[in-house]
Design a binder for this molecule. Structure first.
Ligand code: UFG
Length: 344
C-alpha cells in the first residue's frame, strides 16, 4: 500500500515505518522534527530506498498535507505525530491542544479533501485517567476520564473521529478508523538500527539504562507510598515491535464506516522496582536508585485487559517478559551511547 506516517521520525513512528518498509509498502513520512530525529529518517531512507520519502512539515499546514496525500497517492494514514509528555502537558496545555488536537483536525481536513479515508490513530491509556481499582485490568469500555491535558487532547481526537465516522456512515463517504490505546511502550528494533531517544528523557526504562551507561549518576523512584504491592507505580510495558504489529493487524482489519478502539498492552503490570531490577539484571551494572516523592499526575496502577485485541485481531506479543523488553532497549542504548546524536 501507499501509506502516510505522521511522526515517522519519532520513537514509535520510526519503528512503524521500518516495519512497513520491510513489509514492502511505500511510505511517506510527515514530521516537523520538533521531537523527531533526522538521524532516524536517514536510517529509514537507507533501508527504504525509492519506497521511502520524508517531508518536513507541520501538521497545521493543511494545504501541504493535502498536496502530499494527493501527489503520493496515499491510501491510508498512520497518525503518530503528537507531543506526549504528561508533565509538560500540565505546564503547556495550549501547546498540547494545538499540536495534538488542532494538528489532528488539520490532518483530517486534508484527508477529506484528498479523499483518503483510512486512519490508524495513536491513542493512549492516559485517556482512562485514574480508573477505579475494580476497573483494572483496564478494558476498552472503561470510562475515559483523563486527568491531564495530554490525555484530554487524545480523547478529544477519538471523539472527533467517532463524529467523523458517524457523518461518513450517513453520507456514504468512505471513512474508517482504528484508535490504538497504548500502554507503556519500551524496547527497540531487534537490530538496534533505530531506538528510543527522547529529549528530555522522562521514561523509566531509558532513564535506568542511562544510569547503567554512566550518563546519569542515579535514578529516582518517584513515589514509594502507592497502594501497590511494593509501594511503587505499576505499569504495563509493551515492546515497540509488538505495538507496531498491532498497527499492521489493525490496518488490515480497518473497515469503511467503522471506528474501533483497542488497548495495546501485554496485560500484566510491573512496578517501578521490578523494572529497575530487570535493568540491573540485563545490564549487569549497578544502577543507583534513590527514593523520591511522587510525580504529580501518576496513577498508581495501569495495566490492560488485552483480551479484545488478542481475540479480535489475533495479536500475540513476542516479547512477553520484562527482561526481553529491557534487553532490546539495552542493545540500542549500548550501541548508541548518544542516541541519534552519535555516529551510528
Ligand atoms: N518513574 C520513576 N522514575 C523516573 C521515571 C519514571 O519512578 O525517573 C516512574 C513513574 O513515576 C511511573 C513509571 O515510572 O510510575 C512509568 O513512568 P514513565 O514516565 O516511563 O511512563 P508513564 O506511565 O508516566 O507514561 C506513559 C506514556 C505516556 C502515557 C502514560 C499514561 O509514556 O505517553 O503512560 O499514563 F500518557
Amino acid at each position: 500500500m501507499r501509506l502516510l506516517v505522521t511522526g515517522g521520525a519519532g520513537y514509535i513512528g520510526s519503528h512503524a515505518v521500518l516495519r512497513l518498509l520491510e513489509d514492502g509498502h511505500e511510505v511517506t513520512v510527515v514530521d516537523s522534527l520538533v521531537r523527531g530525529h533526522q538521524g532516524a529518517l536517514d536510517t529509514l531512507a537507507r533501508i527504504g530506498g525509492g519506497r521511502f520519502r520524508a517531508e518536513i512539515a507541520d501538521l497545521s499546514d493543511t494545504e501541504r498535507l493535502e498536496s502530499i496525500l494527493r501527489s503520493r497517492g496515499v491510501e491510508a494514514v498512520l497518525h503518530f505525530a503528537a507531543l506526549a509528555y504528561v508533565g509538560e502537558s500540565v505546564e503547556q496545555p495550549l501547546r498540547y491542544h494545538s499540536v495534538n488536537a488542532c494538528g489532528s483536525l488539520s490532518l483530517l481536513r486534508a484527508m477529506t479533501a484528498a479523499g483518503v479515508g483510512r486512519l490508524v490513530f495513536s491513542s493512549t491509556c492516559a485517556t482512562y485517567g485514574e480508573p477505579a481499582a475494580d476497573r483494572v485490568p483496564i478494558r476498552e469500555d472503561c470510562p475515559q476520564q483523563p486527568i491531564n491535558p495530554y490525555g484530554r487532547s487524545k480523547l478529544y481526537v477519538e471523539q472527533v473521529l467517532r463524529d467523523r465516522v458517524d457523518a461518513a456512515q450517513r453520507s456514504g463517504e468512505p471513512f474508517g478508523f482504528v484508535a490504538l490505546r497504548y500502554f507503556n511502550v519500551a524496547g527497540a528494533d531487534r537490530e538496534a538500527r533505530i531506538g528510543e531517544d527522547h529529549r528530555p528523557e522522562t521514561h523509566l526504562v531509558p532513564i535506568c539504562l542511562e544510569v547503567a551507561q554512566g550518563k546519569r549518576p542515579r535514578m529516582s523512584i518517584l513515589g514509594t507510598d502507592y497502594p501497590t504491592p511494593d509501594g511503587t507505580c505499576v505499569r504495563d510495558y509493551v515492546h515497540v515491535e509488538d505495538l507496531i504489529e498491532a498497527h499492521v493487524l489493525a490496518l488490515g482489519a480497518l473497515a469503511m464506516g467503522e471506528g474501533r478502539a483497542w488497548n495495546v498492552g501485554i496485560g500484566r503490570g510491573h512496578s517501578v522496582r521490578e523494572v529497575l531490577e530487570s535493568c540491573r539484571r540485563v545490564t549487569g551494572r549497578k544502577i543507583e536508585a534513590v527514593e523520591a516523592p511522587r510525580r504529580p499526575g501518576d496513577p498508581p496502577t495501569l495495566y490492560a485487559d488485552a483480551g479484545r485485541i488478542r481475540s479480535d485481531l489475533g495479536w500475540k506479543p513476542r516479547f512477553d517478559t520484562l527482561d526481553a523488553i529491557v534487553e532490546s532497549a539495552w542493545r540500542w542504548h549500548d550501541s548508541h551511547p548518544d542516541g541519534y546524536g552519535s555516529a551510528s
